[in-house]
Design a protein around this ligand. Structure first.
Ligand SMILES: O=C(O)c1cccc(C(=O)CC[C@H]2O[C@@H](n3cnc4c(=O)[nH]cnc43)[C@H](O)[C@@H]2O)c1
Length: 220
């Protein structure tokens, strides 16, 4: 089974797979590092970069599945542990729509189709494919901007009740759904969602553990 592993940033990729070599193979302007039956590539930060990169790489590499791996913030109310690794079961595009002081109204809540096509309609919610192993699971939301206040974090929690916030998951899910490619997501919890303090984020050690998990569980 050929797996494409997408990672938002080079920093995350370096901790997940110290053997990666992004000069190894070029797919158009994209670098892809091959390691057993795993292709590693950067998808960029945020939904716009992640969706266009995923579509491009799927069409060139024809993977049997796509796995997105990286860090994410967790909501205080969710009771997930900082530094732990989770498999994501469902992704929701949270902030495409509008928000008032207390709630978010994404396109699904507004009853607007995100991407209507003749064959299928794509909304803001995506079910993800299961992964082998026994990682704890949670749901996630995808936002275009990192949440930077307790008030906004509370409104997102109240609206969606998801355990994690990240910036790429639902966008990669959309690109995979368009090409019928199974999609899974792994996230290491780096921070609490709320007032920004990136210097306090736990990044290296949780990602190194996630990299080990990937090699033990996803290499055929
Ligand atoms: O320092 C900042 O304010 C800042 C703004 C935008 C992006 C960043 C990044 O470092 C990239 C974030 C990267 O990590 C994921 N991530 C991690 N924690 C969170 C979070 O609490 N909310 C949303 N995304 C988060 C995200 O998926 C990006 O790939 C820094």
């Amino acid at each position: 089974m050929k797996t494409l592993i997408l990672v938002p940033t080079e920093l995350e990729l370096r901790y997940l797979n110290p053997r990666y070599d992004l000069s190894q193979r070029l797919v158009g302007p994209w670098s892809v590092s091959q390691d057993a039956d795993l292709d590693w590539a950067l998808c960029g930060i945020g939904p716009a970069a992640a969706s266009v990169t995923t579509s491009h790489l799927i069409r060139h590499l024809r993977p049997d599945r796509v796995v997105l791996a990286g860090i994410a913030g967790t909501f205080a109310q969710a009771d997930l542990a900082l530094g732990d690794i989770y498999a994501v079961t469902r992704e929701t595009l949270a902030d495409t729509g509008y928000a008032d002081a207390d709630r978010f109204y994404n396109l699904d809540a507004m009853n607007l189709p995100m991407l209507p096509r003749e064959d299928r309609q794509f909304g803001c919610d995506f079910e993800l494919a299961d992964l082998p192993g026994d990682l704890p699971t949670t749901q996630a939301i995808t936002v275009a901007a990192v949440t930077n206040s307790t008030h906004r974090a509370d409104a997102l929690w109240r609206t969606f009740g998801a355990g994690l916030e990240n910036m790429e998951g639902a966008a990669v899910a959309l690109a995979c759904a368009l090409d019928w490619v199974p999609f899974s997501e792994l996230r290491a919890v780096s921070n609490r969602v709320g007032p920004r303090d990136p210097r306090s984020w736990q990044v290296r050690e949780p990602l190194e553990r996630l990299g080990t998990w990937i090699h033990e569980n996803l290499v055929p």
